[in-house]
Design a protein around this ligand. Structure first.
Ligand SMILES: Cc1cc2nc3c(=O)[nH]c(=O)nc-3n(C[C@H](O)[C@H](O)[C@H](O)COP(=O)(O)OP(=O)(O)OC[C@H]3O[C@@H](n4cnc5c(N)ncnc54)[C@H](O)[C@@H]3O)c2cc1C
Length: 505
């Protein structure tokens, strides 16, 4: 069996293929191919001068349990860290000043009015319009843009000053293009169920039910701090998840620095008996292979099942000849490029209190920074007490100019804005710029139907599976879940096939 792509989705899939098959007493041979020189994909941690720097994701949503469950399974339970509860406040930039997001809000609607009334983030009319949410009739079922949904429920100010930076930041996307059903389906479901987000929230609270799965899953004990933190990180950086997975891939052939360049179905007459031994590697699991993968070093590898854990555009190139109906849908998933710029300071040189998790920047503010995390406040493990670590994001859909700047230009622009917004004039002791080209898939209106069409086309090829951030969730927990499901699908195909071929090991 082969896994193409060594990001968190592919690594999880390879690990679970190996482990599940072993547990079921039916070991399989698994190979993983990664185009770049390292494993982990978007997950990249650097430890420099006392700083723990995350170049890509820095934490994961706790209410989606799959990342925490995997970390626990891999023996990393003690490494999980909650956000520092003293610094959970987030600021929003409005007319050049940072305003705290008022307490008592559920997403972008008020469930308590006192803090909203005091807030200077919204105009009196904006507050009134948000407070009227329970009175707004429910909209039509089906998909619509985040912008349409939020404006209908809470007004344009709620969209521009709060929901747009809060909800679209994860995708570096545009509120008028991202679809509510693929990004925040729970909001649409709440509206459809009770007619109002506020009513749903209050009903849920009265019934004592959360809005999502409880973190931890089976076997996870309650841990002080972990269970009430919205996000979890790992003390050694998210790369420790990657390292723990890689360590356990003892039965998997892992090759980095090799790109899969084509994938073809093996004609039935060219099965194992007629294979040219010098040209081809063994099929990874000893079964009669269905697919032949050509790698960038000229090697060809046979596999009876293939998990494609690459971005959709790479999957489109590989499966084009096999599943031509999937290609237009794969190609329709757009990607946005972003930059993370990380600055490390002497704490004493930064006058700002850093009394929160950071700030978000609405588009209308016209800044190059789209969001800023006060990393060392949020996560104490990322710097020594005498240091401060700040991470800024640049680039979002329609605003990708910074990708063309040199590193020095990026750092200069970020420092200029941090000076204006936070009064930071100190020279950073450390500056890092990470470029993420075509990194953020855009879940636009109709994304779920697009993915269903891709999966329907791919299902015509037995043993072929696509998985990863392009399809059913961009966050690390969703990628882990997709890696897990891909492994289950591939194994169920192999075991079914194995029963039809009694000679299989
Ligand atoms: C800057 C940034 C910040 C983020 N922050 C967070 C966060 O805080 N929390 C969170 O949960 N999520 C976050 N995300 C999202 C999350 O990190 C990603 O969605 C997730 O890591 C993607 O995992 P993946 O395995 O699906 O894809 P990838 O990590 O993209 O891995 C795919 C792999 O496939 C390889 N590949 C491609 N083509 C081929 C080929 N032909 N042959 C072989 N290999 C190939 C690539 O080299 C790559 O390594 C962030 C993402 C970015 C970019």
């Amino acid at each position: 069996m082969a896994v193409i792509g060594g990001g968190i989705t592919g690594l999880t899939a390879a690990y679970l293929l190996q482990e599940t098959a072993r547990e079921q007493g039916q070991p399989v041979r698994v190979s993983l191919f990664e185009a770049s020189g390292r494993l982990g994909g978007k997950i990249l941690t650097e430890r420099v001068d006392g700083f723990c720097i995350e170049a890509g994701p820095d934490s994961f949503l706790a209410r989606k349990p799959w990342a925490r469950m995997l970390a626990e399974r891999l023996g990393l339970a003690e490494e999980l860290v909650p956000t520092d509860p003293r610094y959970r406040r987030t600021y929003i930039l409005h007319r050049g000043r940072l305003h705290p997001i008022p307490e008592g809000l559920f997403m972008f609607v008020p469930v308590r009015l006192d803090a909203l009334l005091r807030s200077r983030l919204f105009s009196p009319w904006g507050k009134l319009r948000m407070a009227m949410e329970p009175l707004v009739p429910k909209g039509p079922p089906g998909d619509e843009s985040i912008a349409q949904f939020v404006i209908r429920r809470a007004g344009r100010e709620a969209l521009e000053r709060l929901a747009e930076p809060l909800l679209t930041g994860i995708y570096s996307g545009r509120a008028d293009r991202l679809g509510i059903m693929a990004t925040f389906p729970q909001l649409k479901e709440m509206e459809q169920r009770t007619g109002s987000l506020v009513k749903s929230f209050l009903a849920g609270r009265k019934a004592g039910s959360g809005t999502g799965p409880k973190p931890g899953g089976p076997g996870a004990g309650a841990k002080p701090g972990l269970d009430d933190s919205a996000f979890l990180a790992l003390r050694g950086g998210l790369v420790s998840l990657v390292e723990a997975l890689v360590q356990r891939l003892d039965g998997v052939t892992v090759r980095t620095g090799v790109r899969a360049t084509s994938l073809a179905a093996l004609p039935p007459e060219r099965h194992a008996a007629t294979r040219a031994p010098a040209a081809l590697e063994q099929p990874p699991d000893g079964l009669q292979a269905r697919y032949i993968i050509t790698l960038s070093d000229g090697t060809r590898v046979e596999a009876d099942a293939v998990i494609l854990a690459t971005p959709a555009y790479a999957a489109a190139e590989l499966i084009g000849p096999l599943c031509p109906e999937a290609v237009p849908h794969l190609a329709a998933i757009r990607f946005v490029s972003t930059i993370t710029c990380v600055l490390g300071f002497e704490r004493a040189a930064v006058q700002h209190p850093l009394d929160g998790s950071g700030f978000l920047v609405p588009r209308r503010e016209g800044r190059c920074i789209t969001a800023c995390t006060w990393v060392s406040s949020k996560w104490a493990h990322t710097a020594r007490p005498d240091q401060a670590l700040i991470r800024c994001y640049l680039g979002r859909d329609g605003e990708e100019e910074a990708l063309g700047w040199s590193d020095a230009e990026v750092v200069a622009a970020v420092r200029r804005e941090l000076k204006e917004l936070m009064g930071i004039t100190a020279e950073p002791r450390l500056a890092r710029v990470y470029r993420w080209e075509r990194a953020m898939p855009q879940y636009e209106v109709g994304h779920r139907e697009r993915v269903a069409a891709i999966e329907q086309a791919v299902a015509q090829q037995p043993g072929l599976v696509v998985a990863g951030a392009s399809y059913h969730g961009v966050g690390v927990p969703d990628c882990i879940r997709q890696g897990q499901e891909a492994a289950e699908r591939a194994l169920s195909y192999i075991f079914r096939k194995g029963r039809q071929h009694p000679s299989v090991e």
